[in-house]
Design a protein around this ligand. Structure first.
Ligand code: URA
Length: 250
């Protein structure tokens, strides 16, 4: 499919600069489209196949972008909110804060949303993308995509608690969770894998076995693992391999 767009608008969407900055770059002949200088800001280009070189740097426009965030506590998983800071606010800060234009891959941020929800106090892996089809698959209750969490509970986790979590827990009158897997357990801490995404699921499961969650961190979603090099609040673009594995694993 061919989709035409003005070159100045496309460069803005790729976060290369503001409209006036990119117009100036274009007029100065510093923008090459498929190797040829384009000097008119209103020149139409095919956004689905164009190869852009700007000030000697190559950019390819992909309609889809994928980021992982190490979500910090105190931030809500939403695109906007009148009162609370959202994960998209955090992302916007990182896209503009001291980064060279387009430094995070040239992202049109307006279409990006978080895939699934982490509670305000939950930290860890959050996928942000504009790929609705992938998000739909990852969140589909039919797909049973595994998610791993690191949990600190209020009480030490006994053998019985671990068994109950692995068998499935009633978290509502008639709502029983699918079996979880305890991957590691020591004292009050464990690593657990679940294949659903019910509302407050981990907290309700631990409540169901007689304790409370005091710290919760998501470590993985499908094949995607949190990059432990990312500090809380930081984001990075997924590698091509991570995207391929994520898309092909479901
Ligand atoms: N389960 C929860 O209880 N909270 C989260 O944020 C994620 C999973």
């Amino acid at each position: 499919m061919i989709m035409f767009m003005r070159i100045d608008r496309l460069l803005c969407e790729m976060n290369i600069g503001t409209r006036s900055q990119v117009k100036e770059l274009i007029r100065k002949g510093m923008v090459l489209v498929d190797g040829q200088a384009v000097k008119k800001p209103d020149a139409q280009v095919d956004e689905t196949s164009v190869r852009i070189t700007c000030q000697g740097k190559d950019y390819t426009y992909s309609p889809y972008v994928y980021f992982m965030m190490n979500k910090p506590p105190g931030v809500i998983t939403a695109t906007e909110d009148a009162k609370e800071k959202t994960v998209l606010d955090l992302m916007r800060e990182q896209l503009t804060e001291g980064n060279e234009p387009g430094g995070l891959g040239g992202v049109p941020i307006r279409d990006i949303f978080p895939v699934g929800r982490l509670d305000k106090d939950t930290v860890g892996l959050l996928l942000l993308t504009n790929d609705g089809a992938l998000a739909h698959k990852l969140l589909s209750p039919k797909k049973h995509v595994p998610k791993q969490y690191f949990v600190t509970a209020r009480e030490p986790l006994t053998e019985e608690m671990a068994k109950a979590l692995e068998e499935g827990v009633f978290i509502g009158k008639e709502e029983k969770t699918r079996p979880a897997r305890i991957l590691w357990r020591e004292g009050c801490q464990c690593r657990i894998a679940i294949t659903e995404g019910k509302y407050h699921q981990i907290k309700r499961m631990f409540h169901g076995v007689g304790t409370e969650v005091v710290y919760l961190k998501r470590l993985s979603m499908g094949s995607l693992y949190l990059d432990e090099g990312l500090k809380e609040g930081q984001i990075r673009e997924l590698t091509k391999e991570e995207v391929m594995n994520l898309c092909s694993g479901i």
